[in-house]
Design a protein around this ligand. Sequence first.
Ligand code: ADP
Ligand code: MG
Length: 233
Amino acid sequence: MQESSNKIHQLKTSNLSKDFGDVEVLRNISFSFNAGDSVAITGPSGSGKSTLLHIIGTIEEPTKGKVEINGTDPFQLSEPELARYRNSVIGFVFQDHHLLPQYSVLENVLIPTLAFKQNHNVTSLAQDLLKRVGLTHRMSHRPAELSGGERQRVAIARALINRPSILLCDEPTGNLDATTAGNITDLLFEMHSIEKNILIVVTHNLGLASRFQNNLRLADGVCSIETENIVDV
Ligand code: ADP
Ligand code: MG
């Protein structure tokens, strides 16, 4: 299991802004979410949804403002410390599954565990996750032998293998038909209720977005938040 020191209670941003050259993508974005919260990010194409996800995921630095995870700014860490931190705290699921074609389903799920020494039996955890996503019978198959929905299930299992406190999904159902998209979203919520992580999902689908406790809408660089919770910013 993950060390308790990696357990994240709060993800907060204060006046986050991001420019690419003279293009202002995000402006003064502030929010605060806690463990167990679910968040949908919506907005037109090019409104900065992926950029915001990359900043929260510490793979891109903000131009201005601050990210605080448990009260600490991750961008103050050295590059190796940040990589270790990211690997243990954050899970990513992308629109395209990003599975490695030459490896089996089980091996793909184990890939995020290879970077750092593990002190628990990761193979049995991977098998357990694959059971939970309904792919026990597919463990030794290659990604090319799976359907689109099955590949996204593998990607979700892979994103969860290090028990991340923050799960970031960038249009995870964007390439799937409506029924499969609904099933994948059900699965994300099921895992979220077990893991009690902060689940943040970018989606174009307003029907799916309405299932999240918090809705964060981006337009013209500015964000508005609708929430079922009182958000303490
Ligand atoms: P979304 O995910 O909402 O479609 P993005 O976050 O991908 O939007 O992009 C927001 C804007 O930032 C777009 O205008 C895009 O062209 C620009 N952008 C994103 N990444 C970069 C980059 N690395 N360099 C320059 N411009 C970028
Ligand atoms: Mg995007």
